[in-house]
Design a protein around this ligand. Structure first.
Ligand SMILES: C[S@@+](CC[C@H](N)C(=O)[O-])C[C@H]1O[C@@H](n2cnc3c(N)ncnc32)[C@H](O)[C@@H]1O
Length: 175
């Protein structure tokens, strides 16, 4: 990490991250790290606030331009059958600064799967990069890629969460 970041708090969405310098488009911001879980294990977690579903985007070129291709959310649907091994990162207990980056409907960062120290495509590193030139002290955000009315609890009830990102494009719901 090369960019000096600051953690700050807003009433509407809790802790967030901003930069103490301006950030050129394409700059590496930080990794989203911590506990690596199989999806089945992640679905049992009570606290889904810090889950990042790695997904299956191995050869998805749309990642660079597509902020919507990486799923942040784990769909807590007990009826869903997951055939293959998928992984989720849980930063609820431990993590780095990445765990404090909030969601926005008009984000200025994007998440990218990166392989550099092993070749296992099911366990890439998740790295966040600037999607545009970002002025100093502007909050850093990425799109969590939740789908409205598609996030469910263990009883298959639809979960809802309001979005307070404040963007003109805001849909009002994170999920
Ligand atoms: C990965 S954490 C981000 C850091 C968090 N704000 C904190 O205080 O620790 C994700 C949680 O932050 C809150 N959050 C993030 N973006 C939000 C938004 N646009 N509107 C409302 N809440 C948001 C939600 O509670 C969400 O589950």
């Amino acid at each position: 990490m090369k960019i000096q970041l600051e953690i700050f708090k807003r009433k509407s969405r809790g802790w967030g991250i901003r930069s103490l310098t301006s950030i050129p488009s394409g700059s590496f911001i930080c990794k989203y790290i911590r506990e690596l879980l199989e999806d089945k294990e992640a679905e049992k977690r009570q606290n889904d606030e810090y889950l990042f579903d790695i997904g299956h985007n191995f050869s998805d070129c749309s990642l660079i331009g597509g902020l919507l291709t990486l799923k942040h959310v784990v769909q807590l649907n007990s009826n869903e059958v997951v055939e293959d091994e998928r992984f989720t990162i849980d930063a609820a207990q431990f993590g780095n600064v990445g765990r404090f980056i909030n969601h926005s409907c008009s984000p200025n960062l994007y998440a990218q799967n990166v392989l550099y120290d092993h070749k296992d495509k099911s366990k890439p590193h998740i790295m966040l990069f600037a999607a545009e030139n970002i002025p100093l002290l502007k909050e850093l955000t990425y799109h969590y890629n939740y789908f409205v009315d598609q996030v469910r609890d263990l009883n298959a009830n639809i979960k809802m969460k309001s979005c307070y990102c404040g963007a003109a494009e805001c849909t009002g719901r994170m999920y």
